[in-house]
Design a protein around this ligand. Sequence first.
Ligand SMILES: [Fe+2]
Length: 141
Amino acid sequence: MSTHRTINIGLSEEQRNGVGEILNRVLADEYVLYTKTRNYHWNVLGIHFDPLHKLFQEQYEQLEQEIDDIAERARAVGVFAVGTLQEFASLTRLSEEPGQYPDARTMIANVLHDHESIIRFYALISSPAMSNMAILARMTF
Ligand SMILES: [Fe+2]
């Protein structure tokens, strides 16, 4: 017996695959940002250690929930959610700095940059120029 069934949510298979592709790219970005934020939670230094340690924790906890929501939305449109570090690393548009432990101010600038990059991607996929994707994006974000 097949475990697959036809999904009837008003989107073609091509559209659902398109949504899934977008979701997996966002998932990769959010996962990398989650990891970076957790890294900073662990490794931030300086006189503002305590509030920044807590701030980064609040942020990575929010990102963790977003990651789970995005992955489950991919599943809801019938696409497998990427779930390996290799796939996240290959799909993400964000960069990491292995072995580097920036000062607190740079950490904040780095996560701000990444949040802005993700927001720009959301704006791009919602733009009229990507009308097909916009329909899908409105359904999923
Ligand atoms: Fe902790």
